[in-house]
Design a protein around this ligand. Structure first.
Ligand code: NAG
Ligand code: NAG
Ligand code: NAG
Ligand code: NAG
Ligand code: NAG
Ligand code: NAG
Length: 489
């Protein structure tokens, strides 16, 4: 079956050949799964072979734009180098913040390169650290804080560490992401963890302080070529099928839906958001509080339904900065605002543990463009599946299909209906067991819900071929698999 997937590296794919082969692929998912299992994807872009390469991932053939006749072979730098990016700017900037950039990160990024469109102008920004290369002979690393004091006598430079990290990332990179690095679409920065109040050079968790900082989203960290639209990606997230960013340019923020419930606890989101909005204004001494949807609206009207998990999401930098200016977190240092800006803010965010909940509250309150929560469910899943949302909010088929057409994309059917219909068809038996066959564009923390249902495994691998790599290369993913195996005994 690999012959079906054979492609000419330098040749252009006609629309028809692509369409034909994707159809074939769609009809042989079971076989392609076998192929994936038998041939781990290692040689998708073998430079040495000029003529053809064998693709082992069903969807990788769409990545033909990477195999350009003009060979680019840049090394990782803090700047983009691809001439197309420098000329046209980035259509989206994928933001990956991680001090380690290990195998799980590389698989998460691989799933992005395999599925994001338009790829030619996709940029990736890695925000990382190099402290693992600073040995005891160079200086002293405080175990508790991770702070580094480099000895004056050391002749090691930060550049030296940077280059070692860059080499390491290139070596660890899976084939598609590696090729994107070589093409100069990826840049890497050493993040100043103390500037953004992060725990240590080795440990950026929890990243909320970084992401709630006004300057992080501006020219201090982003280049003129970078997009306003950010795809925020963590190592425990995966893209399953095509994300055409052109179909999401209108949103200020999207992320997986949260359970919609009323109540007193912070995770009772329908109540928590309006309550927080009020408290934030009261804290700043404002009496004039702009209207916010009520808890009933949030729990019944799909256009207000709670969504926005930040582990895998799209966000607009200009809207994030507006949100921070309007309602900084109570610590001025964390917000990064000047004293004057901070004092002028009519709203101060108290009591918000997580940056995604913080932003979603403010963005909703200041009227930023947000998709409805079924669209968010089509984007990504963490805890709630698309059909669970449709059921709770009483959405009919017509409406659901309209949302699919607006947000999904498949190379053979830009209306996105192909994926939708295929999933419904192939997943018929799952539906009858109460399992939602609709797999969104991406999944965050796949072990939360999906993997507990082993029955889904083959189906999931077909619909989300990179998921198992992300799970198996992650410490948490492996832990969950072991727990499930133990429970099954
Ligand atoms: C491009 O760079 C990578 C990493 O430095 C290297 O492995 C590869 O052989 C290079 N390819 C060519 C054609 O120079
Ligand atoms: C690229 O971005 C810069 C700065 O944001 C802008 O001035 C320039 O016009 C953009 N170029 C294109 C081709 O959009
Ligand atoms: C400085 O670098 C040189 C050459 O790499 C090396 O031989 C020397 O030992 C280094 N000195 C210190 C103090 O690390
Ligand atoms: C990192 O940020 C701190 C605090 O803003 C600053 O004092 C320090 O100079 C910065 N370090 C570097 C290397 O830029
Ligand atoms: C589906 O729901 C929408 C929005 O509530 C409504 O306007 C439309 O008439 C409904 N269509 C059908 C076929 O029920
Ligand atoms: C669905 O279930 C029926 C009856 O159990 C079975 O005959 C059929 O092969 C199943 N279809 C798929 C696609 O698994």
């Amino acid at each position: 079956m690999t012959i079906l997937l054979k492609r000419d590296v330098t040749g252009n794919h006609t629309k028809n050949s692509r369409r034909r082969s994707v159809r074939l692929l769609a009809s042989v998912v079971a076989i392609s799964l076998l192929v994936i299992l038998q041939f781990p994807s290692v040689s998708l872009f073998d430079y040495a072979s000029d003529v053809s390469f064998e693709s082992t991932e069903a969807r990788s053939e769409q990545r033909s734009s990477l195999s350009h006749s003009q060979r680019l072979n840049f090394t990782l730098q803090p700047l983009y180098q691809n001439p197309t990016i420098l000329k046209k700017n980035c259509s989206v900037t994928v933001l990956f913040v991680d001090p380690n950039l290990g195998k799980d990160s590389m698989w998460a990024l691989e799933s992005v390169v395999a599925n994001i469109l338009p790829l030619e102008t996709t940029c990736v920004l890695l925000q990382t650290s190099v402290c693992e290369f600073i040995s005891s002979t160079d200086g002293h690393i405080d175990a508790a804080t991770g702070a580094i004091a480099i000895q004056e006598s050391s002749n090691k430079t930060e550049l030296y560490d940077y280059n070692r990290k860059a080499q390491q990332v290139r070596q660890l990179a899976e084939p598609l992401f590696g090729k994107l690095i070589d093409r100069g679409n990826v840049r890497m920065k050493v993040l100043n963890h103390s500037r953004y109040n992060l725990k240590s050079c080795h440990n950026f968790y929890n990243p909320s302080h970084l992401l709630e900082n006004y300057h992080f989203w501006g020219p201090d960290e982003f280049l003129p070529e970078d997009s306003d639209l950010i795809l925020m990606m963590q190592g425990d997230a995966v893209l399953c099928h095509e994300l055409n960013v052109d179909k999401w340019k209108d949103v200020a923020w999207v992320g997986a839906p949260w359970p919609a419930r009323k109540g007193k606890q912070p995770w009772h989101f329908c109540s928590f958001f309006p309550k927080s909005w009020k408290e934030f204004h009261e804290h700043a001494g404002s009496t004039n509080i702009p209207t916010f949807p009520t808890d009933d609206q949030l729990c019944t009207d799909t256009s207000f339904g709670p969504q926005g998990n930040g582990g895998l999401g799209l966000r607009s930098r200009s809207w994030l900065r507006k949100a921070i200016e309007y309602c900084p977190v109570v610590s001025r240092t964390i917000s990064g605002l000047s004293q004057q800006q901070y004092d002028a803010a009519p709203c101060k965010a108290t009591n918000v543990a997580a940056e995604d909940i913080y932003f979603v509250t403010i963005l909703r309150g200041i009227g930023a463009p947000l998709p409805n929560n079924f669209e968010a469910a089509l984007f990504s899943m963490e805890l709630r599946s698309p059909n669970a949302i449709a059921e709770q909010y009483s959405l009919n088929q017509t409406l659901m299909e309209a949302m699919v057409q607006r947000r999904w994309y498949s190379p053979t059917d830009p209306s996105g209906m192909e994926y939708y219909k295929t999933m419904l068809q192939q997943g018929q038996n799952l539906s009858s067991q109460g399992i939602d066959p609709l797999i969104p564009i991406g999944v965050h923390k796949p072990w939360n819900d999906f993997l507990r249902k082993r029955i889904l495994e083959d189906y999931l691998n077909d619909q989300c071929p990179y998921m198992k790599h992300v799970v198996e290369s992650s410490k948490y993913g492996r832990k969950h698999i072991e727990e499930m195996k133990a429970a099954a005994k």
